[in-house]
Design a protein around this ligand. Structure first.
Ligand code: PLP
Length: 465
């Protein structure tokens, strides 16, 4: 007999705790019921300033009316047309909008997926097919996703892959040019960091994976989950040179850094480096699930039909939303706003770092555009830090260590306090880092408010000891 549940749960929150997979972590308890611009509203009525953007997704704020309307209109026209059966117009209109904003004009052959991880898988697969080689080089500290290939090239935290090895074989890594990754002092210059990482790459190619076996190098132009660290241009240029020398594909993962997040369409553009494959997602659809990879036609023309595909790959509603996102980015002066707000954010954070009472707790303020990280120093009295004998980032005489991201350490406590004061904000990496990912169209007033909440939270946490 068919039964129906006539008793819907009274307490939805409790229902969620019981029935949602425990493997999903969460920073807030309530149920999010509405998103409007830079704010989200919970079921208890609380309205929070959202400086997470759903982890770098809602770059134009929540439920942007033009984007939502484009999706709604497409819903009434054609929701799904599987890409191996027929192309649909929004798929092609999206390509039309994306070609002019690519970091290099050679990038002219697109494939759309749903999530960043899927796009990473497609990029790795394509690099192997293009080169007929197996091995992949990635960066220590990198995050590329949670599927098996993406997990294999993810080196930011063990939580993502612990207990499920072996992952995709043939993966090697070098340190990202981030002082932590090479245990160098915090003020190490970009040149030294770049030279160090490129030297490690050359060693790797001489000692562990021969260029003839190496299909691709995959890199985030701004390390995201690994700590919000922009790569120096000279590092990316060095990677390009080594790839050119050996016929290795350079895969640039702009899933988090793309679509205005760093003040330009793509973070890699400024370096002048040409990606062989570019990966995009998140800001592309402003919340509608869409990702993509783009490469050169001369390469993708060699693929056999059927090597790329997927039931929902390049969904019509998501593509229509992404077309609208693209228009709004241009028509609403989003880049200009992002650059102006970025200056204000850096000014506020650097003022905090210069504050005599709390500045010593801040190890580093860094980032690009509105992808900004603050790294805290942990007092040596804390139990949760990297071992004292090896941490070179601060002088031995310093009362601080580079700390571990731990609930009892400063970054986590500051993030928690910000949430209590009405602002969503995230930590990131295994270190003590807080990341700012506000909407690119955040107002001056809301940026001021966010900076004030952060400053108050830091002061209170430091005073509490
Ligand atoms: C740089 C980067 N690549 C890939 C991914 C994976 O994307 P998704 O979570 O959509 O699978 C992420 C997600 O945070 C990311 O930041």
């Amino acid at each position: 007999m068919l039964t129906t549940n006539t008793n819907p749960p009274q307490d939805l929150h409790e229902f969620g705790v019981k029935h949602v997979n425990h493997g999903v972590g969460r920073i807030t308890e309530g149920i999010m019921v509405k998103g409007e611009g830079s704010y989200v509203v919970y079921d208890n009525g609380s309205r929070m300033l959202d400086f997470t953007c759903g982890i770098g997704v809602t770059n134009l704020g929540h439920a942007h009316p033009i984007v939502s309307k484009a999706a709604a209109d497409q819903c009434m026209q054609l929701v799904h047309s599987q890409c191996s059966i027929a192309l649909h117009e929004p798929y092609l209109r999206l390509i039309e909008r994306l070609i002019p904003v690519m970091p290099d004009p050679s990038l002219d052959s697109f494939f759309f997926w749903n999530s960043g991880s899927e796009a990473v898988e497609a990029a790795l697969k394509m690099a192997k097919l293009f080169t007929n080689r197996q091995n992949i080089i990635c960066m220590q500290g990198a995050y590329h996703g949670r599927t098996f290939g993406a997990m294999a090239v993810t080196k930011s935290k063990t939580i993502y892959s612990a207990g499920v090895h072996p992952l995709m074989p043939g993966v090697y890594s070098i340190p990202y040019p981030y002082w932590h990754q090479s245990n160098l002092p915090v003020d190490t210059t970009a040149s030294v960091l770049s030279a160090n990482s490129l030297y490690q790459l050359e060693l790797l190619l001489a000692q562990q994976t021969s260029p003839a076996d190496t299909a691709a190098i995959i890199v985030e132009p701004v390390l995201g989950e690994g700590g919000y660290v922009p790569a120096p241009a000279e590092f990316l240029q060095g990677l390009r040179k080594i790839c050119d020398k050996h016929g290795i594909m350079l895969i640039i993962d702009e899933v988090q850094s793309g679509f205005g997040r760093t003040g330009d369409w793509f973070a890699v553009t400024e370096s002048g480096v040409r990606p062989d494959i570019l990966i995009m997602a998140k800001g592309l659809g402003n919340g509608f699930p869409i990702s993509g990879i783009v490469s050169r036609r001369e390469l993708t023309d060699k693929l056999k039909p059927g090597t790329m595909g997927g039931t929902y790959a390049g969904n019509a509603v998501a593509c229509a939303a992404a077309v609208a996102v693209n228009k709004v980015m241009v028509e609403e002066n989003v880049f200009e706003n992002a650059r102006a707000r970025s200056k204000e954010l850096f000014a506020a954070l650097n003022a905090l770092k210069a504050d005599p009472t709390i500045g010593s707790h801040i190890l580093d303020v860094r980032g690009k555009g509105l992808m900004v990280g603050v790294e805290f120093a942990t007092p040596k009295t804390s139990e949760h830090h990297f071992s004292s004998h090896s941490a070179a980032s601060l002088p031995a005489s310093s009362p601080y260590h580079p700390g571990l991201n731990h609930p009892e350490n400063i970054a986590s406590r500051v993030a928690k306090k910000c949430i209590e004061k009405g602002m969503l904000i995230l930590t990131t990496s295994v270190y003590e880092v807080i990341r700012f990912i506000p909407p690119l169209n955040v107002t001056e007033e809301d940026m001021k408010k966010g900076c004030a909440i952060f400053a108050e939270s830091v002061k209170e946490v430091v005073m509490e000891g």
